[in-house]
Design a protein around this ligand. Structure first.
Ligand SMILES: CC(C)(COP(=O)(O)OP(=O)(O)OC[C@H]1O[C@@H](n2cnc3c(N)ncnc32)[C@H](O)[C@@H]1OP(=O)(O)O)[C@@H](O)C(=O)NCCC(=O)NCCS
Length: 174
């Protein structure tokens, strides 16, 4: 069941005009967290290109508050360029730093998983830095199970980091 949220933001498809807000949310983690292995902030132009590529079934959604603030975003991206992977997507969920821990990640991932089912995906992969407890807990709550752990594959802030791959299988049997 989804957690109750006061003034729950509206979840809607991302549009090009959201690029700056999406980038600002993401760049905070680029600079301050191991949850992404990117080390240099992205530009708004890069995010605009990313948005242009995110057309159904590779959706991008944002959580917009009543005053227009974008509190978070989530997406389904190509897992791999080879065509046989076309029924597999990789998910991302990022909240504004000051909107974490209130259930919004759960709302965004619920919407994203519904989109994944609707879009015909067979599998969703989450690639999560092993020390990111909130992200691991969020995905396990949605039935993602651990598939692999890659040891010492990232070096950020002077520390070697492991990555855990989790997967959720959708439409089993199809
Ligand atoms: C990961 C993230 C999306 C989770 O969203 P959230 O709104 O903070 O999480 P929720 O409040 O919906 O809680 C989801 C689960 O995480 C757990 N959780 C939340 N914060 C936690 C923390 N700091 N440490 C451990 N567990 C935590 C909750 O208890 C809940 O688990 P439960 O269902 O077993 O009780 C959000 O914290 C975030 O944006 N983090 C930074 C970016 C990131 O790591 N993104 C993931 C990359 S794919």
């Amino acid at each position: 069941m989804l957690p109750a949220m006061d003034n729950a933001p509206c979840l809607r498809p991302a549009v090009l005009a959201d690029a700056a807000a999406i980038s600002a949310i993401y760049n905070h983690y680029v600079l301050h967290s191991t949850c992404t292995f990117r080390e240099e902030p992205e530009t708004v132009a890069e995010r605009e290109c990313w948005l242009a590529e995110h057309i159904s079934p590779h959706v991008a959604i944002v959580a917009e508050e009543s005053d227009g603030t974008i509190a978070g975003w989530a997406s389904l991206s190509r897992f791999h360029e080879r065509s046989a992977y076309r029924f597999t997507a990789e998910d991302s969920v990022y909240l504004r730093d000051d909107r974490r821990g209130r259930g919004l990640g759960t709302h965004l991932l619920a919407e994203l998983m519904a989109s994944a089912r609707q879009g015909g995906f067979r599998c969703v992969i989450a690639s999560i830095t092993a020390e990111q407890e909130a992200s691991l807990a969020l995905h396990r709550r949605f039935g993602f199970t651990d598939a692999a752990r890659l040891r010492h594959v990232g070096l950020k802030f002077g520390r070697w980091l492991d990555v855990v791959y989790l997967q959720a299988e959708l439409q089993a049997g199809s």
